[in-house]
Design a protein around this ligand. Structure first.
Ligand SMILES: [Zn+2]
Ligand SMILES: [Zn+2]
Length: 224
């Protein structure tokens, strides 16, 4: 099997729970935010992007505050600039000011660019999906994907937008359908065994099917 480094990363997480793309994107986003907090915090380009976005989006702002160790100084450095520019662009609003002051303030409150962490997430997703699609022609890789929990619905939708040959997309869809048929059968079995008449039957493969169903249809928690 000949795999790119991204495809190899995917191959390694096929055996783990949940959507493999979600799993790798989560790791990549976390590392990216850590980088923003520690290493690149003094780089003007990052400051500009964060200012233009008027801070990180809600998901990523809370991620930075709550899941990155000792992020307080990094946040203070970035957000001092965000708040300073917000105030400058709003202009001084007088308590008895007029319509024009409201208009200027309203314009200043709008974001002028995307959250830089969302941008990183989007490009990582596209890159991973492209690598997944491009390697399905290799039997071992396709078989390992087929045995995984498959892509989540948001990532499957996104995969169909990637610019690759049609054959790669139909192959992906066929594999995903097999995965979802397995899921559907397990869910039905879970429901059947929940009936008191069958309560003495031990749970098998279907035991974690409710968790798989949520992960498969919604994608990983906190990714968007
Ligand atoms: Zn996913
Ligand atoms: Zn974001």
């Amino acid at each position: 099997m000949k795999l790119s480094s991204r495809a190899y990363e995917l191959y390694q997480v096929f055996g783990q729970s949940g959507c493999p793309v979600c799993r790798l994107v989560e790791q990549s986003v976390h590392a990216f935010i850590e980088g923003l907090m520690y290493e690149y915090v003094n780089e003007p380009a990052t400051h500009f992007a964060v200012r233009d976005a008027r801070g990180f989006c809600t998901t990523h702002a809370w991620h930075a505050l709550e899941q990155i160790n000792a992020s307080a100084l990094g946040i203070a450095l970035l957000y001092e600039g965000v708040v300073r520019h917000l105030l400058e662009d709003m202009g001084k609003v007088e308590p008895d000011g007029g319509r024009r002051q409201i208009a200027q303030a309203a314009q200043a409150l709008a974001s002028r660019g995307p959250c830089p962490i969302c941008t990183h997430r989007d490009s990582t997703e596209t890159h991973l999906l492209r690598n997944l699609l491009e390697h399905l022609a290799q039997d071992d890789f396709a078989a390992a994907f087929g045995a995984s929990e498959g892509l989540c619905l948001p990532h499957l939708r996104q995969a169909l937008q990637v610019n690759v040959p049609i054959r790669a997309k139909t192959h992906l869809l066929a594999l995903q359908q097999t995965i979802w048929r397995r899921l559907q059968r397990d869910l039905a079995e879970f429901v059947r065994k929940s009936d008191y008449q069958f309560a003495d039957e031990a749970l098998g493969e279907e035991a974690d099917s409710p968790r798989r169903a949520i992960q498969s249809l919604a994608g990983a928690k906190g990714l968007r």
